[in-house]
Design a protein around this ligand. Sequence first.
Ligand SMILES: [Zn+2]
Length: 253
Amino acid sequence: MSSRRGSLGMKSVVLSAAIAVLFSAGAVASEHKTHDEKHWEYGKNGPAHWEEFSKTCGEGHAQSPINIIPGKTLSISHEYELHLDEDVHTTAGVIDNGHSIKVTPKTGGKLEFHGETFHLLQFHFHGKSEHTIDSKRYDLVAHMVHQNPLTEQLAVIAVFFEEGKNNPLLDNIIGNVGKTIRIDPQDLLPEDTAHYYHYIGSLTTPPCTENVQWYLLKTPVSASKDQIEAFRKYYVDNERPVQELFDRQIEAK
Ligand SMILES: [Zn+2]
């Protein structure tokens, strides 16, 4: 009995070793391909091909962005109401990361909902809004990416921009790509942050990770035509098409 078990054990060790070799060879090959030959982007390897970089991008059922139909929203439950505290004077690095202009504050602000705290990690822009409201696409959007350090869950605030008057914060950012600036992330927010849409979605770029808490502020901020054009000199088509809602509910306040 014991020797039979022993030989079975040996067989399974050999088999798992063989599987491990197969898998590691596959992993090396695909890693090599991803890192050295192909990069996700918005052109030839655009959103329709992102599944090749991460299966979730193609197979996920809770993907972002989405189109929001205001008439089909539910009112938000009290515990998911958003409490923003972004008033932090800090320095921040501004970089062109190849997909967007990204601003990384040294010490970010924070937000709270559901009794959890999320810290601002970075914010970045898309040349048109990724989410649409009643199919309307805004002129520009900022995504403020926050993370709960305990669970590592992400929460993203979307701030929509409409063409209008000059936005001083945007001048500071677009004029200082590659440099460090002084900012207060609160300057990015509209005056009214009490009205928003909320749902659970994903990152809008590979690896398209799900379980991201999205809060889309209803009130847009303004940017001048020149500023929108200045941003679009960097990135004009860096928005992912809207994804299927499937069985998700959108909440609103
Ligand atoms: Zn984004």
